[in-house]
Design a binder for this molecule. Structure first.
Ligand SMILES: Cc1cc2nc3c(=O)[nH]c(=O)nc-3n(C[C@H](O)[C@H](O)[C@H](O)COP(=O)(O)OP(=O)(O)OC[C@H]3O[C@@H](n4cnc5c(N)ncnc54)[C@H](O)[C@@H]3O)c2cc1C
Length: 370
């Protein structure tokens, strides 16, 4: 069984790891570099029970469990650790908030409302290192990485029997589309529902050991009235990640061309300086942007693609792609190798639940239409 996985983000590499661990012959095809897109630029925050009561509950709980298992013996490689998590409000400059109980590294502008996650229920990984770690772990089990742009599929009748890799016919028994927001382009080749890219900006600071493992989710109203929801994640490697500021900017067709919107990084830096004096005085290691893949109903597309035997999809994980990658990889491997899943029921994520895009009208749209 040879599986071709298109996309070397956290989803593609997690599928590769689980397939290779079960003895499949695996090739990951990545257009740019492993973790070059959202999987390398996201927060890497993990929550055990924040998706409870939604169709994501079992996928998230199983993933949280698998993250802990995967980190055994590898924790230092991708910075897995448990965190305490707080929620609060960042006051406007004219109305500093009063300080509630919570982290002591914050400025008096921040009011903490309460603890929203504990060392039992919340954790983190360094997402680029985790994604690269999954690829390496797959390679140790025999998987191969090919750099190149997949531009089409090989078919024998209805059956998908490989990919067109920049003119090279690469054959495989199954093909898994894990192209993140660029999965929309695969709707030219396969009956796939739309996938959209929602842009987010982030900063990574060199903060050293000054900030303890405490994650923070804040609300802030800018002078213009815009509501921002900054998320702050100090990491085990002595950096601190902060994201906020989503935008409607269109997805470039080449992942290499993703850049921050004009002014967004400066705006984010001003915001960070108000959150903590440590962020105000720390050197910025990177200011970046990326697109999370989202679907029309907010749930991922995971499963066999209708009317295209041999083709599978795993994308649209939205804000929880790093969390939900391990159980997605496990489930896709079970589906391909056993014909059914055991650990997690994928029926809520069946790509057949949504109408496929007309292949002649594929565009990289800005946001879900519904
Ligand atoms: C600002 C921000 C913060 C986030 N924070 C968190 C968080 O704290 N926790 C969490 O769980 N999730 C978080 N997420 C969500 C998470 O990052 C994404 O859901 C996840 O990274 C998506 O992974 P992916 O593998 O589907 O896509 P991607 O990471 O986009 O990977 C897709 C890959 O496919 C490749 N590709 C595309 N087209 C082709 C082609 N034709 N041929 C070959 N390769 C191709 C691309 O180059 C890319 O490497 C965050 C997202 C954002 C934007």
């Amino acid at each position: 069984m040879r599986a071709l996985i298109v996309g070397g983000g956290v989803i593609g590499t997690s599928v590769a790891y689980h397939l290779a661990a079960r003895g499949a012959d695996v090739i990951v095809i990545e257009r740019s570099a492993i973790a070059c897109a959202a999987s390398g630029k996201s927060g890497g925050f993990l929550a055990m029970d924040w998706c409870d009561g939604t169709p994501l509950m079992h996928l998230s709980r199983r993933s949280f469990e698998l993250h802990a298992e995967l980190a055994e013996g590898h924790a230092g490689e991708w910075g897995y650790r448990r965190m305490t998590t707080y929620g609060g409000i960042l006051g406007r400059p004219s109305a500093p908030a009063s300080h509630g109980a919570g982290p002591g590294w914050l400025s008096p502008n921040v009011s903490i409302h309460g603890q929203i996650g504990s060392m039992v229920t919340t954790a983190q990984v360094q997402p680029a290192a985790f994604t690269i770690g999954m690829m390496r772990a797959a390679e140790v089990r025999g998987a191969e990485l090919r750099l190149g742009n997949v531009t089409g599929l090989l078919r024998r009748g209805e059956k998908v029997v490989g990919v067109d890799l920049e003119g090279e016919a690469l054959k495989g028994d199954v093909v898994v589309i894990a192209m993140g927001p660029w999965s929309v382009l695969a709707a030219r080749w396969l009956p796939l529902p739309p996938v959209f890219g929602l842009k987010g900006h982030s900063l990574v600071f060199n903060t050293g050991p000054a900030i303890p493992p405490e994650a923070l989710f804040l609300e802030y109203q800018e002078a213009t009235g815009t509501i921002l929801s900054p998320e702050i994640f100090p990491r085990a490697d002595g950096t601190t990640y902060v994201c906020a500021i989503s935008s409607d900017s269109p997805l470039p067709t080449d992942p290499e061309f993703v850049v921050p919107d004009d002014g967004a990084i400066d705006r984010l830096q001003v915001l960070c300086a108000r959150i903590s004096p440590i962020l105000a005085s720390s050197r910025v290691r990177s200011g970046q942007a990326c697109f999370r893949p989202v679907t029309q109903d907010g749930l991922p597309l995971i499963g066999a693609i209708p009317d295209a035997p041999g083709a599978y999809v795993a994308t649209g994980h939205g804000v929880w792609g790093i969390l939900n990658a391990p159980a997605t990889g496990e489930a896709v491997a079970e589906l391909i190798l056993d014909g059914a899943t055991r650990a997690v029921d994928l029926s809520s994520f069946d790509p057949a639940r949504l109408e496929a895009v007309n292949p002649g009208r594929v565009t990289v749209a800005r946001r879900p239409l519904g």
